[in-house]
Design a protein around this ligand. Structure first.
Ligand SMILES: [Zn+2]
Length: 382
């Protein structure tokens, strides 16, 4: 009985979470009246100040969508945005960077504005972009999105900004052609020509801002590791304009669907660049490297252990399988679907030749530096 009641409440909450908008009494300033988290201290979006962010170096973010059947990729108008999901057991995964563990793709969607001067959710230095893509992943160990949302590290969102370009972006032609098929809420359509979700994002995942924040729609859960890429994706005015033609739940054109900026509070935002083989554990530019976020030491350590204990062949997409992610080591083997896997297992992945030696050398260097520090503390002259 109690379980049924909890389930009913959960379903009710999810249904209610669909009942929001971007104007009037359903607008962002009223979300907190029904969803307490929307008044929280770790809300998104934020305005990222590039002059005050901390700098750190981390292992690469590894995005894998090999063997994902694009024919099962569906785009739906949910009344708030257009959302792309994959109706298959095989979905992209991501790990590395600031993430502890593997995250599995849930969906991607877009935010845009009434005109090309606005539309993105996060800002950079007070600047908004005409559109923003959110690629949402949940931590696999939590088994599904709903359970993941009960944990502070449950979700990660890869955020990509768009900038205006005179030319159409060829990789977005199918999306803009399909948008009229989903002009009404609760309609969906299937991709037939898109080759890979990677075609919709950047090739270079090596430089990004990261911070802890929330969902930007109700219930505003503060469970998101945000990863905002510094480079933006080109898109033409005509292509963005098509997004503004879809209808919301009220039957109006969905001309804008971005939440206003929220206070940063005392949160740190990090600008991350990827460690390369010569950088050492904390980078070679010591003058501009800040202390990593609290959990990053742990992540570096975990990454180091992974690279030391797993032995597989290194492969990049450039090595005969160039789908666009230059120089990124990618996983070669897929995990089983999270819904059918009861025991987690570490996924083998590939790394540059010689990385074992590099990380062993880094570990030895760290031990040596720590030893020297202890000697100094004990006032020994060395
Ligand atoms: Zn979003």
């Amino acid at each position: 009985m109690a379980t049924s009641l909890i389930s009913l409440i959960a379903v009710f909450t999810i249904v209610r979470a669909q009942d929001f908008g971007y104007e009037g009494i359903k607008g962002p300033s009223h979300w907190g009246e029904q969803y307490n988290s929307c008044f929280g201290k770790f809300q998104s979006p934020i305005d990222i100040n590039s002059l005050t962010v901390k700098h750190a170096k981390l292992p690469p973010l590894i995005f894998n969508d090999s063997n994902v059947p694009i024919s099962k990729t569906v785009m739906k108008n949910n009344g708030h945005t257009v959302m792309v999901s994959i109706d298959s057991d095989q979905r992209p995964t991501i790990f590395g960077g600031p993430l502890s563990g593997t995250y599995e793709f849930a969906q991607l969607h877009f935010h845009w504005g009434e005109n090309d001067t606005m539309g993105s959710e996060d800002f950079i230095d007070g600047h908004s972009f005409p559109m923003e893509l959110h690629m949402v992943f949940y931590k696999k160990q939590y088994r599904n999105v709903r359970s993941a949302m009960e944990n502070s590290d449950g979700l990660t969102v890869l955020a990509f900004f768009f900038h205006l370009d005179d030319e159409d972006n060829k990789n977005y032609i199918e999306i803009t052609e399909l948008l009229p098929n989903v002009s009404e809420p609760e309609t969906s359509t299937t991709f037939t020509r898109l080759k890979s979700l990677k075609d919709l994002i950047l090739n270079d995942l090596n430089e990004y801002y990261t911070y802890h924040g929330s969902l930007t729609t109700p219930p505003c859960s503060e469970v998101v590791t945000w990863i905002d890429f510094k480079r933006s994706i080109p898109l033409s005015h005509a292509q963005i304009e098509v997004f503004r033609t879809i209808q919301d739940n009220e039957g109006h054109h969905l001309t804008h669907n971005f939440r206003p900026i929220q206070p940063l509070g005392d949160r740190d935002v990090y600008l991350i660049t990827t460690l390369d083989g010569d950088d050492g554990l904390f980078g070679k530019d010591d003058a501009r490297i800040d202390e990593p976020p609290q959990n990053l030491d742990h992540i570096n350590s975990e990454y180091k252990q992974s690279t030391l204990t797993e032995s597989t062949t290194y492969k990049t997409i450039n090595n005969g399988d160039n789908n666009g992610l230059d120089d990124h080591p990618i996983p070669e083997q897929r995990q089983n679907d999270i819904e059918t896997t009861t025991t987690s297992h570490r996924r083998p992945f590939h790394r540059p030749k010689g990385s074992d030696a590099n990380y062993i050398a880094q570990a030895n260097l760290c031990i040596f530096i720590s030893f020297c520090s202890i000697l100094r503390a004990l006032s020994f002259k060395i």
